[in-house]
Design a protein around this ligand. Structure first.
Ligand code: SF4
Ligand code: MSK
Length: 658
């Protein structure tokens, strides 16, 4: 036995079927173990999460600490400075929101930088692809479009949207899209965001040692910052990406590791920002590079996405998607990946070792994200093909010199994705009477019980995909239409639930609607920044009428059952602050029974917002979400339209908790 295998053998090994329900990922974890290669799945088993950190009961905001409190007796101790458990947890939560919000808003700012340079004519490789979207976004924030040139509108839009980041006072531009009653709540509670830079700076300041030590006041700024992401940075990222690269519409697409091709040069793009991928699409179609690949003995160049980079082009171009966050190391174990190019966010450092074992080129491209041991080929918007062509050349050279044994799982699934809120509008109403009226009508008449957003990551501490799939099956069985973004939709695509045929798994009402329209019961909307599409869809439902005056009135609920990132916490908070009941799984970084917990999980709803929920088992999560949807239906007087459902004690407890 060589040294590597011995080390693996000394560690705890869990059967692959307990780690993931994804057959392809199971196959690759098993192969990795045979090859002496470990992944995050193996590391998670061998590294117990720190229990104090998991409860967020520790503080390291100054050097009189770190101070550890006891989650079992949360009020039995305070930090050296006297900070209570509520202050400590609120500050920790705040910094997660600041980091998650910064990631999304910086992504949005990169898109806005690109847009400015395109509009000013300094960048020629990208153009405004969707003029209609440009005009509708401009109109939504009061920019005149009638009789004006595309360039004039685009300049005004850039200048207006810059305030999403820089506004030191006032309200961000997309506040104009918020339903009036929801906006009224925000103004009353003092959470309408200024520019993201201001909000994040404010949140970091007040969570410094010795500043804000009132958890309710910290929470106010947490919400304001999160809203600066959801209705600010993330929304800018989505809208500008649509303007530059096209607004998604449904496309049938292949997912899973079987999209790799043994006889072709395989390139994976992983990360978040679509500009790298868009340029890579150009490069792999470059005749000279295709000829070079053929000269190296390949049949062609095969491009696939992973994670949210993959989700961006899956919904816009139907480029195959090879897997979610937790499958990114596993796919390298196939030995078939010639290059994996990454930009920002959710890129595991563990990829470096796995790539080295199989001779794959792991290439970082963004100055914000270099990884020790990875090759760096910097990507520049002003000359994008220089970088992506070079990545293709590296991949071809690795193909030519492939030494790793190739084993590609055969799993390929097909799903339909690309349901932008614009397309949902069109799909339900047709091109002449496109509107959300049919959706609202079907909710009012009870065919559709409500709408759920099931979004977010996959996580090494929970069986990959299992919660996503079981939860969504339970929701659609109960006539709840499901909207998805990020890695979540890949789990459902692999399970075959993103096809119109999956309607047979839905309850009778939802099934009827899906069959009439020809849509799946699970609609994939895009990447994790595209949760902003769900906010717009919710606003549209309010505007259309019949379902209350604010987002908080809607029979909707959100969930990230396998989340792992700080971005997810920020997303959860902006949904809660927008009025949505939002349930998270895995673990929750607040001690139950504390005042801060009560504030977010109970009091927040009475202030006009949504609130947080938590459960781990998919059926428990479904029960909480459905009970909340039913509560909102009852408040709207819509409970008469549906058949009475016999409830057991567990269901009643869920309603009480919701
Ligand atoms: Fe401890 Fe207070 Fe310093 Fe935090 S800020 S580490 S609780 S002394
Ligand atoms: S990539 S944030 S694992 S959805 Fe957006 Fe997936 Fe979550 Fe990263």
């Amino acid at each position: 036995m060589d040294i590597k295998k011995k080390i693996v053998a000394e560690k705890i090994e869990v059967p692959v079927g307990d780690l993931t329900t994804c057959d392809a990922t199971q196959q690759m974890i098993a192969k990795g173990r045979r090859d002496g290669v470990e992944t995050a799945f193996d590391r998670a088993v061998n590294m117990k999460a720190c229990p104090i950190g998991a409860d967020s009961a520790c503080c390291k905001h100054c050097f009189m600490g770190p101070c550890r409190l006891n989650a079992k007796d949360p009020y039995g101790k305070v930090g050296v400075c006297g900070a209570t458990i509520d202050t400590i947890m609120a500050r920790n939560f705040a910094r997660m929101v600041a980091a998650g919000g910064a990631a999304h808003t910086d992504h949005g700012m990169s898109m806005l930088d690109l847009f400015r340079e395109v509009v000013n004519g300094n960048i020629k490789d990208y153009v405004i692809k969707d003029v209609q979207k440009l005009e509708s976004v401009a109109q939504s924030i009061g920019i005149e479009t009638e009789g004006r040139s595309t360039k004039e509108i685009a300049i005004d839009l850039y200048e207006a949207l810059e305030r999403t980041y820089t506004a030191v006072d006032g309200e961000i531009p997309f506040a104009k899209r918020v339903p009036p009653k929801t906006l009224e709540t925000w103004r009353k509670q003092g959470v309408v965001p200024r520019g993201a830079m201001r909000e994040i700076m404010d949140l970091m300041h007040r969570t410094h040692m010795g500043v804000d030590q009132d958890y309710t006041n910290i929470t106010r700024q947490i919400s304001r910052t999160a809203l600066a992401d959801g209705w600010g940075g993330s929304m800018v990222a989505t809208e500008i990406s649509d303007i530059l690269f096209g607004t998604p519409s449904p496309v049938s697409v292949e997912v899973n590791m079987g999209v790799l091709k043994e006889d072709q040069v395989n390139i994976i793009i992983h990360g978040h920002e679509p500009n790298l991928f868009e340029s890579m699409i150009e490069s792999v179609h470059e005749p000279t590079l295709i000829a070079a690949a053929k000269a190296a003995g390949a049949k062609g160049i095969n491009l696939a996405g992973m994670c949210c980079s993959g989700a961006e082009v899956l919904v816009r171009h139907g480029i195959p998607h090879a897997g979610s966050f937790m499958s990114t190391e596993a796919i390298l174990i196939t030995g078939a990946v010639d290059a994996m190019a990454v930009d920002v966010q959710c890129i595991k450092q563990g990829l470096v070792k796995v790539a080295q074992c199989y001779g794959t080129h792991l290439i970082t491209t963004n100055p914000r994200c270099k990884i020790e041991g990875a090759m760096h080929i910097e990507f520049h918007d002003h000359d994008p093909k220089k970088s992506t062509d070079e990545i293709v050349i590296k991949a071809i050279s690795r193909f030519k010199n492939r030494t790793a044994k190739v084993e590609i799982p055969r799993n390929v699934n097909t799903g339909v994705h690309g349901f932008s809120h614009e397309y949902i509008n069109y799909m339900l109403g047709g091109s002449f009477r496109g509107s959300y009226t049919p959706l609202n009508d079907n909710i009012i008449n009870g065919r559709i019980r409500g709408v759920a957003g099931v979004v977010g990551c996959t996580n090494a501490r929970i069986k990959q995909d299992w919660v996503h799939v079981e939860l969504v099956k339970e929701l659609i069985k109960n006539d709840v239409l499901v909207l998805q973004t990020g890695c979540a939709q890949i789990a459902l695509a692999k399970a075959g639930l993103t096809t119109p045929e999956a309607a047979h798994l839905a309850g009778p009402g939802l099934k009827e609607v899906c069959e009439t329209v020809g849509m799946p019961p699970v609609l994939g909307l895009g990447s994790c920044v595209d949760n902003s599409r769900i906010l717009i869809a919710a606003s549209e439902m309010v505007r259309t009428g019949g379902l209350g005056d604010s987002i908080a009135d809607l029979p909707v609920a959100g969930c990230a059952p396998e989340y792992m990132s700080e971005k997810a916490i920020c997303i959860g908070q902006y949904f809660v602050a927008s009025g949505v009941y939002t349930v998270f799984g895995v673990t929750f970084p607040i001690v139950e029974g504390t005042k801060f917990h009560k504030h977010l999980f109970e009091e927040y709803e009475s202030m006009g917002f949504g609130k947080w929920g938590f459960a781990v088992h998919p059926h428990d999560i479904a029960r909480l979400m459905i009970a909340h949807i039913d509560k909102k239906r009852a408040a709207l007087g819509l409970d008469k339209g549906r058949e009475r459902v016999l409830m057991d004690m567990q269901d009643r407890r869920a309603i009480d908790a919701a």
